[in-house]
Design a protein around this ligand. Structure first.
Ligand code: ZN
Length: 237
């Protein structure tokens, strides 16, 4: 992968996929900024995980990535969009049951328009900071069918943002066609695998993770398929 000196802004949740994207971006781009959204998601622990991961990389503690430059500083921006919890009802925000909604054919954790909103805010910040590259961990494969994670949505959004800002903005989605196992293997190759210990996935918000919810199950299956042991702590062994 060729490195450019151009800066990039990574949409970073503190989860497994966006942490992989963060390392990918560090490898590909010059200076890196990361943006985390607080939309009053069920588990504020996710935001704490995001902060912790950035702190670890910036201080190079517990991070053994041989190609990482000595002087690394990721600028971390946390944006409060907690008004979302007042206007939307979803199991990702409220304490309602996580299940498959037969009417929408989506899990009840779907937050309508979330990635469109995230990337629009990220693009506005990128514009002001003179950044042309956005990185998002959205994925069409192996996912729950969220329509705002699709490649077509991202391509169309990129065009809309370029037009609406009259600015060259490119949305990079390195995980778009990867399975969970492929993403894990990519992280292993890049040397960031141990950082998965600090990522958050569990829908119950448990740390150690419950190991039984839909999200934990999907995560564990990915590691199983990749033939690697998840460094995250689980309640069940
Ligand atoms: Zn869980």
């Amino acid at each position: 992968m060729k490195k450019t000196t151009a800066p990039a802004l990574v949409v970073f949740s503190g989860g497994q996929d966006s942490t992989t994207c963060l390392i990918w971006a560090l490898k590909k781009f010059g200076t890196i900024s990361a943006i985390t959204f607080n939309y009053k998601q069920r588990h504020q622990v996710e935001i704490e995980c995001a902060k912790k991961i950035i702190e670890l990389i910036n201080s190079r503690k517990n991070v053994n990535i041989d190609w990482l430059e000595e002087e690394i500083h990721i600028d971390h921006i946390v944006v409060d969009i907690s008004f979302l919890s007042d206007i939307l009802e979803t199991a990702m925000i409220q304490e309602t049951e996580i299940k498959h909604d037969d009417e929408t054919n989506l899990p009840t954790t779907f937050v309508p328009g979330r990635n469109i909103l995230f990337l629009t805010i990220a693009a506005a910040i990128a514009y002001q900071k003179k950044i042309n590259h956005l990185v998002a961990g959205v994925c069409e494969t192996d996912y729950s069918g969220y329509p705002d994670c699709r490649d077509a949505t991202m391509k169309s959004l990129q065009e809309t943002l370029q037009l609406g800002l009259d600015y060259e903005v490119e949305i990079h989605t390195p995980l778009m066609w990867k399975s969970k196992a492929d993403t894990i293997k990519l992280m292993k190759e890049m040397g960031g695998f141990e950082l998965y210990k600090y990522t958050h996935t569990c829908y119950k918000g448990d740390r150690p993770a419950c190991g039984e919810c839909f999200a934990c199950e999907l995560r564990l299956n990915g590691f199983k398929e990749a033939g690697l042991k998840d460094p995250l702590e689980y309640k069940i062994k």
